[in-house]
Design a protein around this ligand. Structure first.
Ligand code: SAM
Length: 263
């Protein structure tokens, strides 16, 4: 890797398969004047082919050694480097219509997805490489063990599609697990029906905090027997049995009665 020693704490697994890189860039289909930000450019495996098609690219990178290399390789008028932690980065400063891409550091993928969901209003789409297991949880339908808080909150906010799988051998160092590329497209604000999104988040979190228990018990403090009856939801069901729309109805009922989120 041209002298760079991969740092485990930054989740560094660099893409080394030209075929996989080409497949990801084709899935993104960048147009010259698109506004794009890449999270974790690393050694530039995606950065370079993206810049071959784009006039300009933003990147957010935490590793100073990698930032120094990127500075040497790409001129500042083509590549704007935001040095720091993507978990703290305010993506809304990059303006509307933003396209977010990245082979994400797997150790922070879940908090990063929640962080991005919170600033999804200005985002056009996102394409990410993630652990396959995480992608499967993101797109999981209700009823199975993969369906959880991540599935409900992301499916509420985005249309999502698992595009293709990527084997460990496409990376150096090779991760232990299979990866997958996923596309997320934010649903328009007008169709998002939660009266209070923090309340939705709280209900979903509480329900899945003990996923084997009946909703009657996990949501006891918030949802009364009358609420369940009027919502037409059987309170003996478990968290994984409720569809995204059911969680929305529960949260909206609480909001209508004047409950506020404690977040
Ligand atoms: N895009 C490159 C590729 O595909 O070969 C590198 C991908 S590597 C899986 C993840 C990258 O994210 C690394 O460059 C790493 O330094 C960077 N990174 C890790 N944690 C980060 C954070 N909190 N904020 C921004 N970048 C981070």
């Amino acid at each position: 890797m041209k002298g760079h020693i991969a740092r485990k704490r930054f989740g560094q697994n660099f893409l080394v398969s030209p075929g996989v890189v080409a497949k990801i860039v084709d899935a993104i289909l960048p147009q010259a004047d698109d506004s794009v930000v890449e999270i974790g450019p690393g050694l530039g495996a995606l950065t370079e082919p993206l810049l071959a098609r784009l006039e300009h690219l933003h990147v957010v990178e935490i590793d100073r050694d990698l930032i120094a290399r990127l500075r040497e390789r790409f001129p500042p008028e083509r590549l704007t480097i935001h040095e720091g932690d993507a978990l703290q980065f305010d993506f809304s400063v990059l303006g509307p219509g933003l396209r977010v891409v990245g082979n994400l550091p797997y150790n922070i993928s879940t908090p990063l997805l929640f962080h991005l969901a919170a600033s999804a209003d200005g985002v056009r789409d996102m394409h990410f490489m993630l652990q396959r297991e995480v992608v499967d949880r993101m797109v999981a339908p209700p009823g199975g063990s993969e369906y959880g808080r991540l599935s409900v909150m992301l499916q509420y906010r985005f249309e999502m599609e698992r595009l293709f799988l990527v084997p460990p051998g496409a990376f150096n160092p090779a991760p232990k697990v299979e990866s997958a590329v996923v596309r997320l497209v934010p649903r328009p604000r007008q169709v998002l029906a939660a009266v209070d999104e923090n309340l939705l988040e709280e209900v979903v979190k509480a329900a899945f905090s003990q996923r084997r228990k009946m909703l009657r018990n996990t949501l006891r403090e918030r949802v009364s027997e009358t609420d369940w009856a009027e919502l037409g939801i059987d309170p003996t069901r478990r968290a994984e049995e409720l569809a995204v729309g059911d969680y929305l109805r529960v949260a909206n009922r609480l909001a209508e009665r004047g409950t506020t989120a404690s977040l």
